[in-house]
Design a protein around this ligand. Sequence first.
Ligand code: SF4
Ligand code: SF4
Length: 90
Amino acid sequence: MIDTNHKIEFNPEACIGCQICYKACFVDVIRWDEENRRPVFQYVEDCEHCEYCEAKCPKGCIRVIPDYSSQSFRQTFNRYSKGSRELWED
Ligand code: SF4
Ligand code: SF4
């Protein structure tokens, strides 16, 4: 199990059901509830913190809150950083 406390806040009242966030998410954290025309956030521990969903939402409904101390964030950092791996080794 991945040790993480990532959060994604969502305001369903302001959402207009445009699907932009759903289409933007490349890791399938954001699913789509066809019946209610709203995004569903699942497996938030897999979020890669690109913040594309938050940036592209036309109504400001989404806020991505990474847990910077978590194991999964360190995995992401190690993958994309330049030579800083030793900073995050346990
Ligand atoms: S921040 Fe990126 S990876 Fe995370 S839920 Fe939003 S679009 Fe998906
Ligand atoms: S981008 Fe924003 S308004 Fe559009 S479906 Fe997602 S949360 Fe709702």
